[in-house]
Write a protein that binds this ligand. Sequence first.
Ligand code: ZN
Length: 138
Amino acid sequence: MNLTEIYRQVVLEHSRQPRNKRQLLSATHQQKGINPSCGDELELFLEISNDQIIKATFIGVGCAISQASASMLTVLLEGQSVQNALALAADFHAMMRGSSPTEALGDAAALQGVSKLHARVKCATLAWQTLEVILQKT
Ligand code: ZN
């Protein structure tokens, strides 16, 4: 199994069994995001206390890439400071522009191949852009 195949499996696994896909009753912040070019919709929920993300969840419908990306994002966010979360989003956007993924991106590095599929980049970045909208309000 080559790296591309491993990455494909990671993306498929997150899209079939998304982590943290539920509403969060303890959320202090929530934000909807839409990617009209594909029809992806999601709502991101964060519980933030003292500039730290305690918990992150999402709900929504969309293609496998958008769902997998949101799942990966919520896993990464738990326990991160707001500042680190913004740095992760910047790393992710850089990867979508063709940079190598940073180690901090964890499973989300599996979405690197999407950077070459221009029509799908918005699917992959939807959750991360929604995160940035929330954090700019904190
Ligand atoms: Zn999509």
